[in-house]
Design a protein around this ligand. Structure first.
Ligand code: S3P
Length: 171
């Protein structure tokens, strides 16, 4: 079985960008859980949070994890909160190697401040919110098989580290 490479980690750690690069390098299919959710619902994540609330979002996120984790050989970029549900973690790890991308609160704050599509960070106190969420989620992110600090790395360097951690060679 060709394992999935599953990227988890906080918002702004580069999961989607790096997943695209990995998919190119390995000639594998790339899927982004947030895209699947938005396509399935026909509206943005910000709208889902606003109209239906976070609990509903987590429910459809779990459905998306169930669907995606049936596949093998894919590069899967997950939303930052996927690891909050332990069943999501075990499903994704079942056929995949789970890599957690991390960064400091300062770096995350810089990388995310000019975007408004992340409802949890749409607050005047985004940096404080980032620090709080990082602390609250620390144990959940620690469930990944490997952790890579992206704070001072380029996306290429992160991709290379993931290839090494996952034991994959470029095609
Ligand atoms: C979330 C992260 C987002 C998205 C949603 C909730 C989170 O994905 O799923 O806004 O709880 O950390 P990204 O990590 O891809 O921004």
């Amino acid at each position: 079985m060709k394992k999935n490479i599953v990227l988890v980690g906080f918002m702004g750690t580069g999961k989607t960008t790096v997943a695209r690069i990995l998919a190119q390098k390995l000639k594998r299919q790339f899927v982004d859980l947030d895209d699947i959710i938005e396509n399935g619902e026909g509206r943005t994540i910000a709208d889902i949070f606003r109209e239906k609330g976070q609990a509903y979002f987590r429910k459809i996120e779990k459905d998306a994890v169930c669907a995606v984790s049936k596949n093998t050989g894919m590069i899967i970029a997950c939303g930052g909160g996927v690891v909050l549900d332990s069943e999501n973690v075990s499903r994704l790890k079942d056929k995949g190697v789970m890599i957690c991308l991390t960064a400091t609160a300062e770096v995350i704050s810089e990388r995310t401040k000019s975007f408004s599509h992340r409802p949890l960070l749409n607050t005047d106190e985004a940096k404080t919110k980032i620090e709080e969420l990082l602390k609250a989620r620390k144990a959940d992110y620690a469930k990944a098989d490997h952790t890579i600090d992206t704070s001072s790395l380029t996306v290429e360097q992160v991709a290379e580290k993931i290839l090494k951690a996952a034991g994959e060679k470029k095609k």
